[in-house]
Design a protein around this ligand. Structure first.
Ligand SMILES: *[C@@H]1O[C@H](CO)[C@@H](O)[C@H](O)[C@H]1NC(C)=O
Ligand SMILES: *[C@@H]1O[C@H](CO)[C@@H](O)[C@H](O)[C@H]1NC(C)=O
Ligand SMILES: *[C@@H]1O[C@H](CO)[C@@H](O)[C@H](O)[C@H]1NC(C)=O
Ligand SMILES: *[C@@H]1O[C@H](CO)[C@@H](O)[C@H](O)[C@H]1NC(C)=O
Ligand SMILES: *[C@@H]1O[C@H](CO)[C@@H](O)[C@H](O)[C@H]1NC(C)=O
Ligand SMILES: *[C@@H]1O[C@H](CO)[C@@H](O)[C@H](O)[C@H]1NC(C)=O
Ligand SMILES: *[C@@H]1O[C@H](CO)[C@@H](O)[C@H](O)[C@H]1NC(C)=O
Length: 899
């Protein structure tokens, strides 16, 4: 196995020649010595190969290299300081997978490591193909700056490196991706946004796909560019941490996604109801208005699954309090009870920042010492919605029990706001007070935080079916609701001492300016081991996410918590979902929402994702809102959300939008078990269900840059209209068979663009890919619990050879560990639909019909071996080439249906 670690003599071309002052090229790099090869690993010492260049700090003299073949498809390369003082992402935040099966991965690795010792550089290869190559570049490892460059092929197809609102396939020249969590209003392109996912997918068509995950939470600029001589590169420039790289062998895009999930964790399974439609807005004036929205949805016959409330419900915008006049406790309790009685759900927002004005949550937290502080008597203060605020320190072991307790009290099941899910926001963390935030109190006084609407008005109109409290004649009495450390750092991996934690010499391109601007000061030291905010800023949202999931689990230990967060780090999907942030009601944001959704769902393993339907900031228009309503129905997380000063945009506000919503919700709900089954698969295996076209057609070059269409599960191609005033879309059809969802008409894709026309604003083109069996609920329903009582219509869309397959996963829809479940497998071929699999979950739901697409002729023979059927149960539509057969089959045992 010696051959795996080849000593290659790279030709040393002009590394120095490119050198300009202040460039890493003038740094000496490292020499590898004491190289030891083990069974599945290699270790070496790296020593600085010349005079320190001290480019943005001071060079570390002694490093260690560890290379591990962790699985056949995963190679781990880590370069860290010999003393292990330098900060590393804590295992408590992101547990590492280690080697999966100890043994001889080196016998059969798909990718391999080779290196040159002096100066040290390395390559990662798959066969003869070089995937990663640091030759002729110098690794720079300083106390406040790391630099690593790899060469890329010409015109590479690189995806990932989020969170961003740029093109799905990233630009290849003069492009910088800055990762530093930021409260970014309007999700502007080419800036750092809320979350951080330093993984990229490098897709090389026929030659295969691989992934590179850089496990580092420090602020960084990842640059993709070309040298003057045309050589293409990608480089990491970070403010600290260690060089910790995972190479994922692919060779398909789906494989890379699954291999990434092995590192960061499989996404959390969601409850069935969570896939229903959600309504939210910032600026609901009071609980009456919230109730009226619920009522208006039902009157418009638009299925509303979950009602949400933004910060409006809070007393003076303080978390864990209610506005006593506008959202009094007894009315909130009644509202939640009403929703639950109608099989609907309720969600509110919680922010991390706690008002320091006398309130119970703050007082209890203060006693337990859970807030970030400079020392015990100097709690760090910022300014957020309620004015002066303090921030929980998620590293403090007291914080979780305090957080749990606040949830249990405030979201009290018997008398309180018994929420079904949770929305967490502002957790980058956001601070309105610019750095240096000298006097947050003064800031809060003089910077006119947005006004809170005037107190309650009487209920304006009757809401039939709601409690008396919600009727105009009822009385309006509201009740008040309850409202540092010096140490030995060696071996601790918590960060080098003596760094400038506020203004490091290397400046990342943070769109907020200096590192600490509009967030928590980066020189704050966390409780316990002593991690600094400088190193862990990018983890704040993800740590709040897992703490909040835990608090929700304490309230309802058996059920899957729905938690939607704004800020995320790699691995967040194992705990929470994500909405794409505060976008605007603009066509460019409608379009880019597709690419953003795909990145999260297929690359970052956070599949519970969606944009704010109709747009958050600015006034929407009827046309944009109608189009976004239809596109949003193919976001796993489907929520309409709007900002306070804008015109209302609930779906019932315009007849066309209401019609679009009714039509598309019917389709979404009929497809809900297909979504649920696909989502379940991803939560078990990491295999993504939402996919860019190149995931499914990796050899088809025309798909590489396509970000206008996507696959919703493996079987459905969605092609939204792209712009204002248009009633057509130029949709790309790869070489494959497709069937129009609405007409059943077959389209033979030829790797060409087809213009689909006459798409009214209430419609969206959907095509079923040949080769799939779709289990549809027989018709739409007002809530998901009603939907679960509907029977199934099985749609068979044969491929070129006349075959099709599909799956249906059934369980109780909410248990973390369902007592019983079914995995039903459908397989069609040779005139037979075979239903097999595991049948553990029995519900009195029947398969009511089977529809066979693409049938030129009516077939002769028919009959069912199990169940019953007869000739007159079959209908044939020659125009649509559809054969439909009525059946009556329980999904409790294997069956064969003959056509
Ligand atoms: C909104 O996002 C789009 C696309 O991400 C971007 O081009 C545009 O600049 C953003 N608009 C604002 C106002 O931030
Ligand atoms: C509900 O519908 C009524 C009647 O169309 C309308 O006047 C009212 O403004 C709506 N209220 C809300 C909150 O949607
Ligand atoms: C929830 O409310 C009930 C009824 O008011 C009360 O008995 C119980 O102590 C509350 N639970 C918590 C955790 O505050
Ligand atoms: C902080 O951000 C504001 C804009 O949000 C900007 O005007 C200011 O210059 C920034 N300050 C620093 C120190 O970066
Ligand atoms: C949105 O519409 C409202 C009502 O017509 C108007 O007052 C407001 O100025 C509009 N906002 C924008 C950003 O155009
Ligand atoms: C689940 O299994 C239990 C016993 O194994 C059975 O009593 C129950 O009816 C099953 N429920 C469903 C919905 O299949
Ligand atoms: C099929 O059999 C069930 C009883 O097993 C019966 O209730 C149903 O009416 C039958 N359907 C047809 C179409 O004959």
């Amino acid at each position: 196995m010696r051959g795996l670690f080849l000593f290659l003599k790279f030709s040393l071309v002009g590394a120095a020649a490119i050198g300009i002052r202040d460039s890493p090229d003038q740094c000496p790099g490292y020499n590898a010595i004491n190289i030891i090869e083990h069974d599945n690993s290699l270790t070496a010492d790296l020593v600085l190969a010349g005079d320190a260049c001290d480019l943005y700090g001071s060079d570390l003299l002694n490093l260690k290299l560890l290379v591990e073949y962790q699985t056949d498809n995963r190679l781990h390369v880590i370069i860290h300081d010999a003393d292990e003082e330098v900060y590393q992402v804590p295992e408590s935040v992101l547990p590492r997978p280690g080697s999966k099966t100890p043994g001889s991965h080196r016998d059969n690795p798909t990718i391999r490591f080779d290196y040159q010792p002096q100066p040290f550089s390395f390559r990662v290869l798959r066969g003869d193909q070089v995937l990663f190559d640091t030759a002729n570049t110098n690794i720079v490892f300083e106390n406040q700056f790391l630099h690593l460059r790899t060469w890329l092929p010409d015109n590479p197809n690189i995806y990932g490196l989020g969170e961003h609102s740029d093109s799905l396939r990233l630009p290849t020249t003069s492009y910088t991706r800055t990762l530093w969590s930021r409260d970014a209003y309007g999700i502007p392109s080419n800036t750092n946004l809320y979350g951080n996912h330093p993984i990229y997918v490098d897709h090389r068509g026929h030659a295969g796909t691989h992934g590179v995950f850089f496990l580092n939470s420090n602020g960084m600029d990842i640059k993709i560019d070309k040298l003057y001589d045309g050589r293409q590169f990608l480089e990491y420039n970070t403010l600290g941490g260690v060089i910790d790289l995972y190479f994922l062998a692919g060779p398909t895009p789906k494989d890379v996604s699954m291999q990434y999930a092995e590192i960061v964790g499989l996404p959390a399974m969601q409850s069935y109801w969570a896939f229903g439609f959600h309504q939210c807005r910032y600026g609901y004036r009071d609980v009456f208005e919230v109730a009226e929205v619920v009522y208006n949805y039902s009157r418009a016959h638009i299925p509303l699954e979950t009602m949400w409330t933004d910060i409006d419900y809070m007393g003076s915008r303080r978390v864990f309090t209610l506005d006593p006049l506008r959202f009094p406790l007894e009315k909130m309790t009644e509202l939640v009870n009403y929703l639950h009685k109608h099989n609907q759900h309720y969600i509110v927002m919680v922010d991390p920042a706690i008002s320091d004005i006398d309130n119970e949550a703050y007082n209890r937290g203060r006693v337990r010492n859970v807030f970030l502080s400079r020392d015990e008597n100097d709690i760090y203060e910022g300014a957020v919605w309620p004015g002066v605020t303090v921030y929980p320190d998620w590293f403090n072991p007291e914080t979780q029990p305090w957080w749990n307790n606040e949830f249990e009290r405030f979201f009290n099941k018997s008398y309180g706001v018994d929420i079904d899910g949770l929305w967490i926001d502002m957790n980058e963390a956001s601070n309105f007070c610019a750095w240096p935030c000298k006097d947050p109190f003064d800031y809060a006084q003089n910077n006119n935080l947005p006004p809170i609407p005037p107190p309650v008005r009487p209920a304006p109109r009757p809401l039939p079916g709601f409690p008396n409290d919600f009727q105009p004649q009822s009385s309006q009495h509201g009740k008040r609701s309850s409202s540092l450390r010096p140490r030995d750092t060696k071996g601790q991996k918590i960060g080098l001492p003596g760094r400038d934690l506020i203004a490091p010499q290397y400046q990342i391109a943070n769109a907020a300016g200096s590192l600490s601007n509009k967030t928590i000061d980066t020189d704050i030291v966390h409780f316990g081991k002593g991690y600094t905010e400088y190193d862990t800023h990018n983890l704040y949202g993800t740590m709040m996410s897992s703490a909040s999931r835990e608090a929700m689990l304490q309230r309802r230990p058996q059920t899957r918590p729905l938690v939607i967060t704004r800020s995320t780090f790699a691995g967040a999907g194992a705990h929470v979902g994500h909405w794409l942030g505060d976008n605007r009601s603009q066509w460019d944001q409608y379009r880019i929402s597709i690419s953003q959704m795909l990145q999260f769902a297929s690359i970052f393993q956070i599949p519970m994702v969606g944009s704010d339907i109709c747009g958050f900031g600015g006034n929407t228009t009827e046309e944009l809102c109608a189009r976004w309503t239809t596109l949003g129905a193919f976001n796993p997380f489907y929520r309409n959300h709007n900002e306070i000063q804008n015109i209302p945009q609930e779906f019932y506000r315009w007849p066309t939008v209401a019609e679009a919503a009714r039509k598309i919700l019917d389709i979404r709900y009929r497809l809900l078990d297909y979504l649920y089954t696909s989502f379940h698969r991803q939560s078990e295996t990491g295999e993504p269900f939402l996919q860019p076209l190149f995931y499914i057609y990796p050899s088809d070059k025309n798909t590489f840059a396509n970000e206008a269409q996507f696959f919703y599960g493996d079987a459905l191609l969605i092609s939204p209209v792209q712009d204002v005033g248009e009633t057509f879309v130029n949709a790309y059809f790869p070489s494959d068979i497709f069937y129009d969802w609405y007409t059943g008409q077959m389209i033979r894709g030829e790797g060409k663009t087809i213009t689909l026309r006459n798409i009214g604003i209430t419609q969206i083109p959907i095509h079923i890919r040949g080769g799939f069996v779709l289990p549809l609920r027989s018709k739409g329903a007002a809530t998901t619990s009603e939907l679960r009582r509907r029977g199934f219509e099985i749609v068979v869309a044969p491929d070129r050879d006349g075959y099709a397959r599909g799956k249906l996963y059934l369980d109780d829809g909410e248990s973390i560990h369902p007592a019983n479940s079914s995995m039903v497998e459908f397989e069609y071929g040779d005139g037979q639909l075979r239903i097999r699999g595991e049948f553990g979950y029995h519900e009195a739901v029947l398969v009511e019909s089977v529809t066979l697409l693409g049938q030129r002729k009516r077939k002769g023979v028919m009959g069912v071996r199990h169940g019953n059927s007869s000739d007159h149960d079959v209908s044939f539509d020659a125009d649509r080439q559809v054969l439909k057969k009525q059946v009556h089959i329980e999904l409790t045992a294997p069956t064969v249906i003959n056509f």
